[in-house]
Design a protein around this ligand. Structure first.
Ligand SMILES: [Cu+2]
Length: 153
């Protein structure tokens, strides 16, 4: 009897460990964020942003396009909110040098917006590191081009 119980306990332990490993594995698989970036082939700060995202664990597919205007039009980025590169992540548009943690927050909260943007190219934003840093806003924008400050840095 005692031996049977011991055997049973070992089997249960193995099953529990196995399930734990499987769930941990599937969790780590699904937590990889894939993002598609459209940028001009000569844009240095765009490449820096792509590399930054990769360092942050994002799986980045980068497309070099000489004219980004049709992309920004297609995805509904208002002219005044544009920056150097346009990215698509899980149905959202990410325009410009948006920090990785803000992208993850967007995907977690899933607000009813078209996307987020850091208009222009503020110094000190990811990929725009330099001699100085300036404060900047990360804005959400909707279909009508209405913006809201999502967070500031
Ligand atoms: Cu840039």
């Amino acid at each position: 009897m005692n031996r049977i119980w011991k055997g049973f306990t070992v089997v249960v332990a193995i099953v529990v460990l196995g399930l734990g490993t499987i769930s941990a594995f599937s969790k780590s698989q699904s937590s990889v964020t894939t993002i598609t970036v459209y940028k001009s082939p000569t844009c240095g700060c765009c490449t820096k942003w792509v590399n930054y995202l990769r360092e942050q664990g994002f799986q980045v597919t980068a497309h070099d396009i000489s004219d980004l205007t049709p992309i920004k039009k297609k995805y509904g980025v208002p002219n005044v909110l544009t920056a150097c590169h346009t990215a698509i992540v899980d149905g959202y548009v990410v325009e410009g040098h948006v920090p990785a943690d803000v992208i993850l927050r967007l995907l977690k909260e899933r607000p009813k917006v078209v996307g987020i943007t850091v208009p222009g190219m503020p110094m000190g934003s990811p990929g725009m590191e330099g001699a100085y840093s300036e404060p900047y806003d990360i804005l959400t924008f909707d279909q009508d081009g209405k913006t809201q400050v999502y967070t500031s840095r």
